[in-house]
Design a binder for this molecule. Structure first.
Ligand SMILES: Nc1ncnc2c1ncn2[C@@H]1O[C@H](COP(=O)(O)OP(=O)(O)O)[C@@H](O)[C@H]1O
Ligand SMILES: [Mg+2]
Length: 352
């Protein structure tokens, strides 16, 4: 529980072939312009990948030809079940592992080549913060700050104090980190990411393992940060989380990008279920099926189903013509979950 994990975790456990720390070539050398030749920052995107692919040593294809575009100023949800390649993608974006093929640009610069220029502008929290349990929350942050060669030591205590305040940990700052709850540890990790002003925050499953209260706190913090204009890229395996906090999202499944775009557009792409309220459910089911409604489910006086491609006014007219007394006829708002199911043909199973 109380491992000083900083040394273990950086880099996270990639094999030697994946370890690119310290390998950042001087910029401007080699092929500064990647194959696509576009300047990501000019297009207003903070992250842009082309054909980004990672095959691990064991042959596991973890990320497969990813084309990701994260608009500046967005709260971007990187959504996918466990094992879908989110952390692997984030490690590539942060220059912690090298892609097998493809390119990644962060803040308009190629990664991992431009790591030294890019990373100081990015706050990252990947798979839980690396903390020393035997140090207080404040001392952990002082240590983080001291490790940043660009951080002025004279203003260190003020910076740390402001970061603690930002995440609501001032009162607990003197406590040893090992006494922190999981939510407090996550907040301390966020504080570390916030020591310097950042253009981009990358948070890998920031609410993972938190109780509902802890999740709410992290989510409202994310909203606040986004409100200041910081682009936030956060991964999650929770659909409702993405719907609650994100303006944009990309959906991953088995290493591939299923879709990406504004959350509202993604949900709108999926048709919601048709719901008919009636005292004649039996007859309604018959007519609805005749009209092409599928997956029909009856619960007392409510009949729901997947609407057909045709004008729903005709479906309603058919019900009335058949003598079905209709009390309510609505199409329920589609959710991101509906969109996911429509796109993948499967449920969003997040167990395990
Ligand atoms: N260091 C590694 N070596 C080999 N395979 C890995 C490694 N890290 C992750 N994987 C595999 O790559 C796939 C994607 O994993 P990951 O990126 O961690 O997904 P996610 O973050 O979405 O849960 C999984 O099948 C996982 O088992
Ligand atoms: Mg992960």
């Amino acid at each position: 529980m109380d491992r000083p994990s900083a040394t273990e975790r950086q880099p996270e456990d990639p094999g030697p072939a994946d370890d690119v720390l310290g390998e950042a070539a001087p910029e401007g050398a080699a092929s500064e312009g990647d194959a696509s030749g576009d300047d990501a920052s000019a297009g207003g995107s903070v992250i842009a990948t082309r054909g980004l692919t990672k095959r691990y040593g064991g042959g596991q294809l973890a990320v497969d030809g990813l084309d990701l575009t994260v608009p500046a100023g967005s709260v971007f949800g990187f959504l996918g079940p466990n094992g879908s390649g989110k952390t692997t993608t984030i490690r590539m974006l942060m220059g912690l592992i090298t892609p097998t093929s493809g390119t990644a640009r962060v803040l308009g610069r190629p990664m991992p080549r431009a790591s030294r220029a890019v990373l100081p502008q990015v706050g990252a929290l990947i798979e839980g913060p690396a903390l020393y349990g035997f140090l207080s929350g404040r001392d952990n942050l002082l240590r983080y700050d001291a490790a940043d060669p660009t951080a002025d030591p004279r203003t260190r205590r003020a910076r740390v104090g402001a970061a603690l305040d930002r995440v609501g940990l001032t009162a607990a700052a003197a406590k040893k980190a090992r006494a922190y709850s999981l939510g407090m540890k996550q907040r301390l990790g966020l504080a570390a990411a916030l020591l310097q002003p950042r253009k981009l925050l990358v948070l890998d499953e920031p609410t993972n393992g938190l109780d509902p209260q802890g999740m709410r706190e992290i989510r409202s913090l994310v909203r606040e940060l986004a409100g200041d204009g910081t682009t936030v890229f956060l991964s999650s395996h929770l659909l409702d989380e993405i719907e609650q906090v994100c303006t944009h999202a990309a959906v991953m499944a088995q290493g591939r990008l299923i879709t990406q775009g504004a959350v509202a557009d993604l949900a709108a792409g999926a048709r919601g279920r048709l719901a008919v309220t009636t005292p004649d459910p039996g007859e309604a089911v018959r007519v609805l099926k005749e009209q092409g409604v599928t997956d029909v489910v009856v619960t007392e006086d409510r009949v729901t189903g997947e609407p057909p491609e045709r004008d729903l006014a005709e479906v309603n007219a058919a019900l009335v013509a058949a003598g079905v007394r209709v009390r309510g006829f609505t199409v329920e708002r589609a959710s991101l979950e509906d969109a996911f199911v429509a796109l993948t043909g499967e449920g969003f199973d997040v167990a395990g």
